[in-house]
Design a protein around this ligand. Sequence first.
Ligand SMILES: *Cc1c(COP(=O)(O)O)cnc(C)c1O
Length: 432
Amino acid sequence: MNQIETASSTDLEHSPVGELVHSHATGAQWLSRYSSSLMGVFGTPQRVLVRGAGCLVWDADGKEYLDLLGGIAVNALGHAHPFVTSVISSQLATLGHVSNFFTSPTQIALAEKLLELSKAPAGSKVFFANSGTEAVEAAFKLARRNTGASHAAAAESAAKPRTKIIALEGAFHGRTMGALALTAKEAYRAPFAPLPGGVVHVPFGDIEALRAAVDNTTAAVFLEPIQGEAGVRPLPAGYLKAAREATTAAGALLILDEVQTGIGRTGKWLASEDAGIVPDAVTLAKGLGGGFPIGALVTFGPENSALLTAGQHGTTFGGNPVATAAALATLHVLESQDVLAHVRAVGEHLRAGLAAIDGVTEVRGEGLLIGFDLDADVAPGVVAAGLDAGFIVNSPGPRTIRLAPPLILTTDQADRFLAALPALLQTAKDAQ
Ligand SMILES: *Cc1c(COP(=O)(O)O)cnc(C)c1O
């Protein structure tokens, strides 16, 4: 029997994978292959990207872009960050995957680090997944285990599992069936009915509506501190505090979905950290791995952390050595270089600049999660004009633009976009 060739004896440069790096195919050629091989759920991709460095990416035709979307709030340290890259490759060259029959030092260290950064009380725990929607699925299952038993006010309903879950209109929590049940958008939900039951959506930001909906049959309330997909809509001041009071009184869990807002995106580790509350659980994902897929559910306190017991949940890939090393590397850079202070400063600069531009009617968000509205339904046109001019931005709505750039975006780079925006707006309006 011949031995299978090991990586070191395979010529990477002349392998089918290595050759892709030096491919001379054009974007149009790639997109024609894309449309005959990839499922159509994403529509036609805007560009074929081949390379990135910091806040810049290049497409297959050699055009350069300033990336102001960061893979949708994922590339916290930009593209190809040298430290993150070297940590990932060295971990992969040491131990890549082990399954959850085993653990590894990076998994344990990352769990400890997340508990520290989220200021979780003693007895708090972490579950690792591979994406945002999986972190939310874990939270959904956590909610299904809530009987209200640990809450004195609801002791009479102890041991009876609760099924009612409350989320907000405009909410986005992911695309798998449980997360989709929490997601509000009808176009995403309707084709897949029936979804897991018991979920009620109440009007966004309306504390009275939430108070009226939360009762002692409620298992959990799911909230995004800032709704990202809905166009960067922050909850009104005091809302999280009022939600905490209502859920505590009813024995319901308060679960914060910080998949988009967490890990420094708003200039804080958690967008909710100044709200003066302790949640029951927080979901994390997007920025956590600096571009490497990883999600996490943090449960606060010993009771919440014991709701899911041995055998009740699991994952093959979740929390593997490479993903957790990538996250540790990302957190190390964010912390050691005080990136969060930078995020606050550049975010403020960007928002002030946007607010001063003719045709921008409202600017929202915190840190480097920014949404702004236009005075006409031309947001998709601005995205297209942006690409032509070398800027990647996103339009979550017909007159809304979202920015979620790498957290290392410089003031100069922000200024380049601010200087270009009036012309992008004009181009989009002319094309209407
Ligand atoms: C993106 C997002 C998700 C889903 O994350 P995926 O990694 O795409 O599954 C869930 N919740 C929020 C708030 C998000 O922004």
